[in-house]
Write a protein that binds this ligand. Structure first.
Ligand SMILES: Nc1ncnc2c1ncn2[C@@H]1O[C@H](COP(=O)(O)OP(=O)(O)OP(=O)(O)O)[C@@H](O)[C@H]1O
Length: 551
């Protein structure tokens, strides 16, 4: 069972101890039943030894049960912790393009729903294990009482397990279908959160969304779950009936075929009745265990697909970003977005470009011409499908990709703002931050204390300025801005292009600016124009009067 494999991976030694304690606990339960049977079959007052044995077994059961449960609880919690950390690490180690293809909703469904389902079930695994141990110990006791009756009983049990597992497989297929719908549900939840304004402002859109999208998916999710769980319920009811059929056989049919002493028969009946409770518990847990197995498969399939790509991060490379370099060269690099409909595929490149320190380069072009894609390729977030990137004749590949990315400070158009300067721990971080906050006219809005920002709840333009503060603090050799100025007011736009970019250039930084603001193109040392994924023109320092060449 995969859940056990998950626990084994966490700590096989702890699992062995826990199972041994569980088996011991089960053994003491069977011992208690045997002792009760012996006492009942005697027609005289109990001997002192029996009483002390009873007390001793009770104590042993208490201790073994407790030890086994605590060990398994610790183990299951550790397994969940490891799973969460591993999955997050795998996500961060996966190529950006692969994550984009899975989609935020797919990742969120796994990180929240699946992990929670597994977590809820792994907690019950200890109790299931102990109950299995009790069942096994009782079976051993039954076989000791009478081999023939035991054989009949065990064949009955196999019949029960077989007739239970067939519907269980069917139920599992329905739960899998329900899980597929959950991915779609998460997509709709994202639409609800991110599209609240659009849904609120348009009644018919909201109604169509609720009835045609959300309700349809949620109903399909419910339907598959109801069918799956109903099959489980039917199988569990059938299993319960089987117990009583077994007891009926034992009491009414077997004695007519084979002479069995009444003491053994009553011991059998008592043991089987005692077995009902642990077996019922195991069966009642089957739906959750099956759901957890479906979730684990989903996590593993994601984890595996992530692992197969996650060779990006090489921790043993030096991450220094202050190494002097002279030329960054893209040699015929390409990237393609493949869509279901072939005619909507987009291919960027092959692109041949060179960048140098202290250069201010504008990357321009119409919407969808490939500027942001090129930025992701240059910064090493996308790996070129063909072609190579060289930094001073050093080929960038998996071995130095992590180091290469440390050369860039980028503010993407869909940037994310952390409310703490993570990974920036220079002694005068707060002083530097305050200086930049003043420079970017944010000091009246945002304060900083020990690298923690007082707020990030700002206007879009202000949030972009805060992202620029982070980029300044990173102080890396290459800066990239993807339509940074598009949300700035005209005054600050002017400051950005004519002062901030020029200052960065003066400090020897390579500055790559994706922009539609043609009134500032004259500031560039070079302009790279993209059209349908191809570099059309490269202009060198064109000057203010010629900047209308882009019209
Ligand atoms: N995540 C994606 N999945 C599939 N195709 C994509 C994806 N992102 C972009 N594309 C395709 O790649 C093309 C280039 O997109 P890109 O974002 O690089 O353009 P851009 O020049 O930055 O546009 P804009 O000026 O509108 O920001 C688009 O036409 C689009 O079809």
């Amino acid at each position: 069972m995969n859940l056990i494999r998950l626990l084994l991976r966490t700590s096989s030694l702890q699992l062995c101890f826990a199972i041994l304690a569980g088996i011991f606990s089960g053994g003491t339960a069977a011992g208690l039943i045997a002792l009760i049977n012996t006492t009942l079959s005697q027609n005289q007052p109990s001997k002192t030894i029996l009483i002390w044995s009873f007390v001793g077994l009770c104590l042993l059961r208490l201790i073994a049960n407790f030890v086994s449960q605590v060990l398994l609880i610790q183990l299951s919690q550790k397994a969940i912790l490891n799973l969460r950390v591993l999955l997050t690490r795998s996500i961060l180690a996966s190529p950006l393009r692969h994550l984009e293809q899975i989609g935020a909703h797919g990742l969120l469904a796994v990180l929240t729903e699946d992990i929670q389902t597994i977590s809820n079930t792994v907690i019950t695994v200890p109790f299931v294990c102990i109950n299995i141990a009790i069942v096994i110990a009782c079976l051993i006791y039954l076989s000791w009482l009478s081999k023939i009756v035991f054989l009949i009983g065990i064949s009955f049990m196999f019949l029960g397990i077989f007739s239970y597992s067939l519907p269980m497989m069917k139920a599992m297929s329905f739960l899998k279908l329900a899980r597929e719908q959950e991915d779609r549900l998460f997509k709709h939840f994202r639409s609800v959160i991110q599209g609240t304004k659009e849904l609120k402002l348009h009644r018919r859109r909201r109604q169509a969304f609720l009835s045609e999208e959300l309700h349809t998916t949620a109903s399909s999710f419910r339907r598959h779950n109801v069918v799956g769980m109903s099959i489980f319920a039917a199988a569990a009811s059938w299993g319960q009936v089987l117990f009583f059929v077994a007891i009926g056989l034992l009491l009414f049919i077997i004695p007519t075929i084979n002479k069995i002493p009444p003491a053994i028969l009553s011991a059998y009946a008592l043991t089987i009745i005692y077995l009902i409770s642990p077996l019922e518990y195991i069966m009642s847990m089957m739906p959750s265990i099956t759901k957890a197995l479906v979730a684990l498969k989903k996590v593993e399939s994601l984890g595996l697909s992530l692992a197969s790509y996650s060779n990006e991060i090489c921790d043993n490379v030096s991450l220094a970003s202050d190494q002097y370099w002279n030329c960054l060269e893209l040699v015929n690099i390409t990237h393609a977005y493949y869509q279901e409909r072939e005619e909507s595929n987009f291919i960027l490149g092959p692109i041949k470009l060179k960048f140098h320190p202290g250069e201010l380069v504008f990357i321009v072009g119409g919407n969808g011409s490939g500027k942001s894609t090129l930025a992701k390729l240059i910064s090493g977030l996308y790996i070129p499908e063909t072609g190579n990137i060289y930094l001073d004749d050093q080929l960038i590949d998996n071995h130095n990709l992590e180091w290469y990315r440390q050369q860039f400070s980028v503010v993407f158009s869909d940037f994310y703002l952390f409310d703490r300067f993570l990974g920036l721990d220079s002694g005068d971080l707060d002083i530097q931050t305050r200086k930049y906050l003043i420079e970017l006219q944010l000091d009246h809005k945002v304060k900083v204390n020990n690298g923690v920002l007082s707020t990030t709840d700002l206007s879009q333009g202000q949030r972009k300025r805060l992202a620029l503060v982070t980029a300044y603090l990173e102080d890396r050799p290459i800066y990239m801005f993807d339509e940074w100025a598009s949300d700035q007011d005209p005054v600050f736009k002017e400051i950005f292009y004519t002062q901030l970019l020029v200052e960065l250039k003066k400090r020897g930084k390579t500055v790559l600016v994706i922009s539609h603001d043609d009134q500032y193109f004259y500031l560039a040392d070079r302009i790279v124009k993209l059209e349908y994924g191809q570099v059309k023109t490269e202009y060198l320092n064109i000057g203010k009067e010629q900047s209308n060449v882009f019209e």
